[in-house]
Write a protein that binds this ligand. Structure first.
Ligand code: MN
Length: 203
């Protein structure tokens, strides 16, 4: 019944040169694993969490202990992040439906990428940039810490399609303080096939 760490859906070095192997090893095997371990400890220590899925926790997040927010968010957001990436050769492209929505809702692909990066760059401290569907339209948002748009008290709720991790551990080994360069490289390894699937399901 305990939560387990999902394996990376590609090799640790599959996202090079955008994201280096060492960063992926530490990010997945250490950071993501630690959120899984701490989520299991949190569930053991709080009877009200017994048997809940992460999504069920998010739906009542504001009434649960802070540790549930940090650790369930940490586990779920990292799975979303890693699944949202793919080797450049397998990354695909936005579907015609998604591309049309990017044009109408976000002002086109270039503006979408620039605004997503600005959301990541503008997130003070640690957090995430997100592409979500909100009321049937695409929207770019950011969240602090391990918060996400599924939480009942999210300032900008919605269905997540893609997320960018802007915690320093996501990029520091290769990019040091250059979060903007990391976010630029991120686009070469976005798993559009998955974003297309999530968009179709959300609409
Ligand atoms: Mn991370």
């Amino acid at each position: 019944m305990a939560f387990t760490l999902p394996p990376l859906p590609y090799a640790y070095d599959a996202l090079e040169p955008a994201i280096d192997k060492e960063t992926m090893v530490i990010h997945h095997d250490k950071h993501h694993q630690t959120y899984v371990d701490n989520l299991n400890k949190t569930v053991e220590a709080n009877a009200e969490l017994a048997g809940l899925s992460m999504e069920e926790m998010f739906a009542r997040m504001s009434s649960l202990p802070r540790a549930a927010r940090n650790n369930a968010g940490g586990v779920w957001n990292h799975t979303m992040f890693f699944d949202g990436l793919a080797p450049a050769s397998e990354a695909g492209a936005p579907s015609s439906a998604l591309a049309a929505a990017i044009d109408s809702d976000l002002g086109g692909m270039d503006k979408f990428m620039a605004d997503f990066n600005a959301a990541g760059l503008g997130q003070f401290g640690s957090g995430w940039a997100w592409l979500i569907v909100q009321n049937g339209k695409l929207k770019i948002i950011n969240t602090p810490n391990q918060d996400n748009p599924l939480m009942d008290d999210a300032a900008e709720p919605g269905a997540p399609l893609l997320c960018g991790d802007v915690w320093e551990h996501a990029y520091y080994l290769k990019y040091q303080n250059r979060r903007a360069d990391f976010l630029k490289a991120f686009w070469s390894v976005v798993n559009w096939n998955r974003v297309n699937q999530l968009y179709a399901a959300a609409i």
